[in-house]
Design a binder for this molecule. Structure first.
Ligand code: AHM
Ligand code: MG
Length: 336
């Protein structure tokens, strides 16, 4: 039987010795994230029944229209997480600047970066969406927190993960010691271990990319995508194409089945010449998970986890998934 009845907290306690992140303070942080995700999940399930679909009328820092559910998820996370006593500051896809924990509240030394509701263009049509999170520790020996604490390499992350609000709600996360997945059992309100030690197949059978943007790509990017379109996998069959347009959902499927997800640079599109996905709140956390599951992630030039962020909302091109597929994409991008 799947599930084994092990909750996330029990799992953390069992593995406490192996994981430097599994301190009481980290457990508190994760527990609060889980509670926030349960609130978001419950609201997502009500979409269509209560007045939560559509736009707020505001434009966010990304220049995108803010959806009501985006705004709800963002507010739940900020409100709950700044009261945990273990964070000093946060950054979210929706807000231009970092959010410091107010001085009259207890502070810790963790930093949380999140995309409250990824894939939000899918909200109104009842397609899977998710919350992505990345956890760092403040640069030590400093009594204050600044932008510098956020502009880090992905390899410095303490933990990263995502909640996927799908047919069931799933939590997948890593503390640098492998990847585990938990499924929310709504009857008891607990996330139970359902995917132990996830490993991504070395070579996949799926490629995921928005091919409608071919006109924006440079020649190398076109060559990469053509490679996956025209190659055969084991058994003499071609790759299969899958693209939901919700990064969490596309990534989760490829993590379990194997494959490559690409959001390349749309070099000829002045709106997003470096692609669309954000390094700190989307790309780096997923790259940490991919590597911990035995996969890889690159921007075509370098390993994602080696990139030092230069701005809070920096965007980077992305090729992520099964190791051999990402290596092939890298080879072609580098003209080999
Ligand atoms: P969001 O965080 O505002 O929802 O934007 C990110 C989403 C990803 O989930 C998805 O992979 C991508 O945008 C889809 O973009 P496109 O419609 O350009 O293919
Ligand atoms: Mg997103």
């Amino acid at each position: 039987m799947k599930g084994l009845g092990i909750t996330v907290n029990e799992h953390l306690l069992i593995h406490q010795k192996e994981s430097p992140a599994a301190t009481g303070r980290f457990t508190k942080l994760l527990s609060e994230l889980i509670f926030s995700a349960k609130i978001i999940s419950k609201e997502v399930n009500k979409a269509g029944l209560v007045d939560i679909l559509g736009f707020t009328g505001e434009i966010n820092v990304q220049g995108e229209q803010v959806r009501k559910l985006d705004d709800f998820a963002n507010r739940v996370l900020i409100y709950r997480m700044q009261r945990t006593g273990v964070l000093c500051a946060m950054a979210t896809e929706e807000n231009a600047d970092i959010i410091e924990v107010p001085e009259d509240m207890p502070r810790g030394d963790y930093i949380l970066i999140f995309d409250p509701l990824d894939g939000s263009s899918n909200i109104d049509v009842n397609i899977n969406i998710g919350t992505i999170f990345s956890i760092h520790r403040k640069i030590s020996d400093r009594p204050y927190v600044s932008l510098e604490d956020f502009l880090r390499r992905g390899s410095e992350q303490i933990a990263a993960g995502y909640f996927l609000y799908g047919p069931s709600t799933v939590l997948v996360y890593t503390t640098g010691n492998g990847v585990n997945g938990f499924t929310l059992d709504p009857s008891v309100g607990e996330f139970l271990l359902s995917h132990q030690n996830i490993t991504i197949p070395e070579a996949g059978k799926i490629y995921s990319v928005n091919e409608a943007y071919t006109c924006y790509w440079d020649e190398r990017t076109k060559k990469v995508v053509n490679y996956f379109k025209n190659s055969v996998i084991e058994g003499g069959r071609p790759y299969t194409a899958r693209y939901i347009g919700s990064f969490v959902a596309d990534f989760h499927r490829n993590l379990l089945h194997g494959g490559i997800f690409m959001y390349p640079a749309d070099s000829k599109d002045p709106a997003k010449p470096r692609g669309k996905l954000r390094l700190l709140c989307e790309v780096a956390p997923m790259a940490f998970i991919a590597e911990q599951a035995g996969g890889a992630a690159t921007d075509g030039e370098q390993r994602i986890l080696d990139i030092k962020a230069s701005a809070l909302h920096e965007r980077v091109p992305l090729f992520i998934g099964s190791k051999m597929d990402v290596e092939k994409a890298t080879e072609i991008m580098q003209g080999k």
